[in-house]
Design a protein around this ligand. Structure first.
Ligand code: HEC
Ligand code: HEC
Length: 374
């Protein structure tokens, strides 16, 4: 007989969880899609919170106690599977039962490491400054491994579901939509836990709200660029533009972002303005010292930005006077031919703002790049 196996929240969970992860995976390919990746990831994270509580309050097949079984059962199931005659279970079989646990755990790991990467490596969101760049890089590696483990498991899961439907005609996939499946015997009733049920929904709403707050983009300027963050007295602060700097140092070329060279480079450069790349760029002492101070306060060591961290680690103890001579800069621009730099709207590789309209606020993100065509 057909029996109601999957309760509605479990079915809704199943398909929204799948959709959230597909979107998260699809949006992980480009930095441009980071916002979508974050929102989908946040949704998946909140769904896990819901599913964990639902695992104690849903119907028989939704509860962990109903499908998490010991090794003997798993072994029995798997050896049946090898003989192409697996035991039938009304709800999750012992193998998929554990797959559910692993998928939920991996998603929790993905959510936690994702938040660390976002704040410590991408340097965005309200937790900037909480995790170090190194911690975030480690978290990034874990995030990557967890993501591909999830993908592998999900692929096996889909293949197994198809197998059950095609070979054993169990109508499994349809049952995840309708809730109904042909089973031998009845699904036992379980004690209702209405309070816990409500908690699952409240938790879902709370985690969704919390996750969205954690991942909403930081401050955006009216121009649409997200300014680089630098160390301030009370924690990270958006970099302030300095008009004296922009006027004095932006007359022959664009005003380079202070976040892309270490303080020692800026000090050296400011001490040698009389012979500045073949030009005399000297300024009155007072102006020099004001600009120097501002550059040093927003230098690469003090900036919360991925390029800053990477430039610092790529130059060792050196004090380069050119951003364009750091290994990091050269690698990032290695695909760009000389023809591009000679285009009229670009004219030179040091004309950063031609391709990085957010350069004056220290924003060099992928989605903030547009290379002029002519
Ligand atoms: C009189 C013109 C002039 C002024 C004023 C001037 N510069 Fe320059 N600057 C140059 C020239 C020329 C170069 C070399 C540009 C090139 O190779 O394309 C240069 C290059 C640089 C570079 C290296 C760019 C790179 O990564 O390749 C930095 C950094 C720099 N200037 C900082 C400053 C600062 C800071 C000030 C203000 C105190 C300043 N400049 C004012 C003419 C000037
Ligand atoms: C002709 C256009 C062009 C010019 C000029 C240019 N860039 Fe870029 N820059 C790019 C492109 C395109 C990328 C993306 C490369 C990639 O990711 O493969 C990039 C990447 C970067 C990145 C890495 C961004 C990230 O997070 O991955 C930084 C930082 C950067 N540029 C800084 C600068 C600075 C500083 C200057 C000026 C000294 C400059 N660029 C001049 C086109 C340009």
């Amino acid at each position: 007989m057909k029996d109601n196996i999957w309760d509605l929240p479990t079915r809704l969970f199943h398909w929204s969880f799948a959709a959230a992860l597909i979107v998260a995976f699809a949006a992980s390919t480009r930095e441009w899609f980071l916002d979508y990746h974050l929102l989908a990831g946040a949704a998946a994270f909140a769904l896990v919170a819901f599913r964990v509580v639902w695992g104690f309050s849903g119907n028989r097949s939704a509860r962990f106690s109903g499908f998490v079984r010991g090794w003997a059962d798993v072994k029995g199931f798997l050896s049946g599977l090898m003989r192409l005659n697996p035991a039938r279970y009304p709800g999750h079989n012992p193998a998929v039962g554990w797959a559910v646990i692993v998928m939920l755990s991996l998603t929790a790991v993905l959510g936690a490491t994702g938040i660390i990467v976002y704040s410590g490596e991408e340097m965005k969101g309200p937790l900037v400054g909480v995790f170090s760049f190194e911690t975030a890089e480690t978290a990034g590696a874990v995030h990557f491994i967890a993501a591909y483990s999830f993908l592998a498991l999900a692929a096996i899961h889909v293949a197994a579901a198809l197998l059950h439907d095609i070979i054993w005609k169990e109508g499994l996939i349809l049952s995840m939509l309708t809730g109904k499946k042909t089973v031998e015997g009845r699904v036992e009733a379980v004690a209702e836990r209405p309070l816990l049920k409500k908690t699952a929904f409240v938790l879902f709403a709370a985690v969704t709200a919390g996750a969205i707050l954690l991942v909403i983009p930081g401050e955006r300027q009216a121009s649409g660029h997200t300014p680089a963050l630098v160390e301030g007295e009370g924690g990270p602060r958006a970099i302030e533009r300095n008009m004296v700097y922009e006027e004095e140092c932006g007359s022959c070329h664009n005003a380079f972002s202070p976040t892309l060279l270490p303080a020692r480079s800026w000090e050296k450069l400011m001490a040698g303005l009389g012979e500045h790349f073949g030009d005399d760029a000297s300024l009155p002492e007072e102006t020099t010292s004001e600009i120097s101070k501002w550059l040093v306060a927003s230098s690469a060591e003090r900036a919360f930005s991925e390029p800053s961290k990477k430039i610092i680690s790529s130059i060792g103890d050196a004090a380069p006077l050119r951003i364009t001579e750091t290994t990091y800069w050269k690698e990032k621009h290695s695909d760009i031919g000389n023809e591009v730099y000679s285009r009229k709207a670009v004219s030179s590789r040091t004309n950063c703002a031609a391709c990085h309209p957010g350069a004056p606020s220290g924003s060099f993100e992928d989605r903030d790049i547009s290379v002029p065509r002519g």
